[in-house]
Design a protein around this ligand. Sequence first.
Ligand code: NAD
Length: 301
Amino acid sequence: MNSIIPPAAIGFIGLGNMGYPMAARLAAAGYQVTVTDLDANTLKQFCEETDATAAESLSALGASSDLVITMLPEGKAVRHVLLGDGGDNVVSGLKPGTYLVDMSSCSPVDTRALSAELAEKGFTAIDAPVSGGKYKAADGALAIMAGGDKEAVEACSPVFEVMGKLFHTGGPASGHAMKAMNNFLSAGTMALTSEAVITGAKFGLDPKVMVDIINASTGRSNTSEDKFPKFVLPETFNSGFYLGLMAKDLRFAVDLAESEGTPNAFINLLSATYDKAEQDLGFESDNTELYKYLESLTASE
Ligand code: NAD
């Protein structure tokens, strides 16, 4: 299989917190990038700031691409743009051999079904979700976990390397399974560190001193080392990852544990907690605002 190297044509769908900086890096690396997004203002801004072209339609984007990347909120949107509901869609225009790479975080159970459906139609799908957030996306420092045919992942590796560090996780949907488990852990340290700091602070400890000590001790994690100093303690709550997206990822973790029949006590509890926080604070509150939600549960004197 031929490697996808510049100036190959990449179609990029979804220019949100993550897709915008990821697609910008691909354009800067010399790929011919064609983009689309439901938000017309974002689309216009992106095309003004980069050499990218706005797609006339999904089918035109598919037809002109060697590789199509989706970076959308979740799997329903991915299925909709790829296959459509009888309307405009990516696959109707695809040339044989075009790779379909979904970098969104989706349900591994649904991805297994979608990959099989696309394979039946003769298309090679790769699920390649990322970890790292919008700042690492801008720096090309994401962790990329790619599931799918080994040769196809290798052929796409020059594209992945522009955005971060590639890990091949195995067959179709394994990238999405890996991502669901990573975000279970990430959400877990957010919830645990928040409860620890809220409880200590109520007792009279200084939250900043607590975080410094946690970071020199065995309780440390990415949450305590990165998210607390940058987004929670200064109360900026601007990590760029919606709490509603994390709640969605936890629902995928619940589904995965259920489909595999594995222990799920903590996954279920965490998912229920994030669902309540989303109801309380709204989908577009920041993931780090889980701290505020948990703090609001403190008993009044
Ligand atoms: P976002 O909500 O900021 O961006 C999603 C973009 O997709 C928006 O610009 C929206 O207009 C567009 N969109 C939605 N439906 C569309 C459609 N049918 N056609 C065209 N465009 C459409 O989300 P994000 O934070 O960029 O996250 C994208 C994915 O990456 C999610 O699955 C998320 O869970 C995952 N993720 C996010 C982060 C993060 O830190 N933000 C980190 C890792 C993974």
